[in-house]
Design a protein around this ligand. Structure first.
Ligand code: GCV
Length: 711
């Protein structure tokens, strides 16, 4: 590619102008101007009013200004158009042709079932030469617009049958573990791998609201509709966001509102004492109750559509109701009572365990903790409490079983929490596309095959469930996520939260087509194929060179990057693998272990109970077995460890080779950043392979049957 061509590509892939004068241009992620080409070249009528309709109008106007189309805002026009985006409740349209198309779309809706479109749903239908998007509410129009963008020319295909979309999950939320003040150990963003925070800097708002607005656009285009703006570990400065610094939160809410994103806040349970000057934060104390009610009212005076509170209580040193002899239901309910009349929710995290465990004590099992704490409280939470459960019982490991809490609280609204930020999956230095993994989790049926799934539980009856939440992976990095390919994890989270039945590979296709638009990419087919080859299986590749068979936490303590096989083995964190000269793994059976397997409904309790029926990929999570134990795959445990670690590194080397074939075909800045990171991935994967293989060879004394180098 010559200099002029590369300048041209950069122009198409970055947002039009630097967001602040003098700032470098930020990568446009999945909304480059070029992704709007098909829409922007058409005649578009937007029909309806309101803040979100204005957003739609602005998006369409921007696209049309760039690509030569035209836009009208009804009702005063009698025009011929290619696309109508209309609110159903809005008046008749003056143009007979356009009104006819709109009526035809109404008829199509009746034909495909006539279900209400709901607060966020939309219909897309064709009538003759016109594409019509109908919505009952402005948010539906916004999501309909981004659907048209995603479909590109296909949205205008005369043969396209009518389609009705509405989100399966009502709340689709990202939690930012962003600190306002830089934390001495965790920095500006806890577990952040993409630079600083887009919201906060050195104790103050970062002040770049244009960047926040751009973030809102990206989230809306993926389907996300809620964020929390500060870390669940709440220190003194962050606590003040609830009161003295509420204006800073309101500013963010104002900027995100046009994208249908509601803002939530992590609060400290000790707030009545640390902010309110009370002598206690006991949830059953009348003064505490009054304080929460008054404080919450003030929040809503400032932010009328405030989402609610997110709370990490009695967990890893955060204060909570245990201090006062109360339980989690007491704690959550006092906040819920304050929020209920104002339409807010409490997201109360179930990530509660003893982080001062004695490694000598084999009777305590961290995997059991969330269930032991929360399952007995089922039915005690107010209806505006959402208990937020990490998808696995331990802590976002590369492979864990699905948390048994998800099936244990039928009378409670549950949200399932995923981790987009790659704390344990390569920290955005490694390609690790998580869509496939999340798809597996969401489709898991806790009562056995064919039964309700994790996604069904998060959706709840008639959408009343707690939804899906994930820890965000963005920062002030030029590519948003450090590793440009990690943008796909963020996009995929939003899309799966909108519709958990989507095939993650198809979602990746969408992301590729938007981020590397065919019209701006040399050899788009080759680029798409290569990206699939690199990304599709990358989570499994990561698993291969790191954590075999469901064993977790063989990482360096503290930063959790790179191999540290015994890093957590003699610590207080409850994360052990128990490798000795004979075998490895944690016995969590009922018969001889910690009994964790018994926390599942009968089908899975039985499957996980015995090493014979336990799936290979979770064997060491549930059982301590000899190195010679034969897996269902036919390999022994020790040979599996060797084979997967050798294979994992080979796959990473192949990824790097594949990436090199894209040199000159895509935006050079993206190319270079990914190339750099792949070098690091090869280095780090090699280190993993050699340390893990050597460790287990030294423990077991069993040589590799293929005689490869183990140190
Ligand atoms: C925000 C893990 C992480 C912590 C994180 C915690 C949580 O333990 O390492 O950084 O704290 O999870 O989910 O609260």
């Amino acid at each position: 590619m010559n200099a002029e061509e590369s300048l041209h590509l950069e122009h198409l892939m970055f947002v039009e102008e630097p967001m602040e004068p003098g700032e470098p241009r930020v990568h446009a992620a999945w909304l480059p101007p070029e992704a709007f080409r098909s829409l922007g070249a058409r005649r578009v009528l937007v029909h309806g009013d309101g803040l979100l309709v204005d957003t739609v109008l602005n998006e369409v106007s921007r696209a049309c200004a760039r690509y030569g189309g035209r836009v009208w805002h009804s009702p005063s026009w009698d025009v011929d158009v290619d696309l109508v985006l209309a609110l159903r409740g809005a008046d008749e349209l003056p143009s007979p042709a356009v009104q006819a198309a709109r009526s035809a779309a109404e008829a199509a809706l009746t034909e495909i079932g006539g279900e209400p479109l709901g607060d966020e749903g939309f219909l897309l239908a064709r009538d003759g030469e016109v594409t019509v998007v109908l919505a009952d509410a402005p948010a539906g129009l916004l999501y309909g617009l981004f659907h048209v963008v995603r479909l590109c020319a296909a949205a205008f295909d005369p043969a396209r049958p009518p389609e009705h979309h509405r989100p399966a999950l009502r709340r689709r939320m990202l939690d930012h573990w962003d600190n306002v003040a830089v934390h001495p150990v965790m920095g500006q963003v806890e577990r952040g791998y993409a630079g600083g925070s887009i919201f906060w800097q050195d104790g103050r708002p970062r002040g770049d609201l244009a960047r926040v607005r751009e973030y809102g656009r990206l989230l809306a285009a993926s389907g996300v509709n809620a964020i929390s703006v500060n870390n669940v570990n709440v220190a003194r400065t962050e606590a003040l966001l609830l009161t003295d610094r509420l204006g800073d939160v309101a500013e963010i809410a104002d900027v995100l509102r046009p994208y249908n994103i509601r803002v939530h806040l992590s609060i400290t349970f000790a707030a009545p004492a640390v902010l309110g000057g009370l002598s206690t934060a006991d949830p059953l104390d009348e003064a505490v109750r009054v304080w929460w009610a008054a404080t919450t009212r003030r929040v809503y005076e400032r932010i009328p559509d405030f989402g609610g509170y997110l709370v990490k209580a009695d967990s890893e040193g955060q204060p909570g109701p245990f201090t006062y002899g109360r339980d989690h239901a007491d704690g959550a309910n006092v906040l819920a009572e304050a929020l209920a009349p104002l339409g807010g929710v409490v997201h109360w995290r179930a990530f509660v365990y003893n982080h001062h465990q004695d490694w000598r004590d084999r009777s305590t099992d961290r995997a059991r903790a969330a269930y032991d704490h929360f399952a007995p409280l089922d039915g005690r939470f107010r209806t505006n409490v959402v208990v937020q459960v990490k998808f696995g019982p331990v802590d976002f490991q590369t492979r864990e079983p699905v948390s048994p809490v998800i099936a244990a609280m039928p009378a409670t609204r549950l949200a399932v929490e995923l981790q987009v930020t790659q704390e344990y999956t390569g920290q955005q230095r490694h390609v690790c596309h998580l869509g496939l993994w999340w798809g597996e989790v969401l489709r898991f049926a806790p009562w056995g095959p064919g039964g309700r799934t994790v996604a069904d539980i998060a959706a709840g009856e008639s959408g009343a469930g707690g939804g899906l939440v994930a820890v965000a992976n963005v920062g002030d990095d030029l590519f948003w996520t450090g590793h440009p390919l990690a943008q796909a994890n963020l996009y995929t989270f939003g899309r799966l939260a909108w519709d958990p039945r989507l095939d993650p590979r198809a979602v990746l296709d969408e992301w590729i087509a938007l981020t590397f638009p065919p019209s701006a990419t040399a050899e788009p087919e080759l680029v798409g194929r290569t990206l699939h080859e690199i990304m599709d299986d990358s989570w499994r590749t990561y698993e291969r060179y790191t954590a075999p068979l469901g064993v977790g936490f063989m990482v360096n303590p503290g930063d959790h990057y790179g191999p540290g096989v015994d890093g957590y083995e003699y610590t207080r964190w409850g994360t052990y693998h128990f490798a000795d000269r004979d075998g490895v793994g944690v016995d969590r059976s009922r018969a001889s272990g910690t009994g964790f397997a018994g926390q599942y409904p009968p089908y899975w309790a039985q499957v996980y109970e015995s090493p014979q029926s336990c799936p290979d990929e979770l064997l060491l999570f549930f059982h301590h077995v000899p190195y010679g134990h034969v897996l269902h795959s036919g390999s022994t445990v020790i040979q599996h460890i060797y084979d997967t670690h050798f294979a994992g590194v080979e796959e990473v080397v192949a990824m790097r080779r594949r990436w090199q074939t894209l040199n000159g075909m895509i935006d050079p800045a993206v190319y270079e950043r990914v190339a750099e990171r792949l070098d690091e991935q090869v280095r780090c994967a090699t280190e993993w392979r050699d340390q893990i293989n050597t460790y287990f060879y030294r423990k077991s004394g069993v040589p590799d049957e293929r005689g490869r180098t183990i140190h």
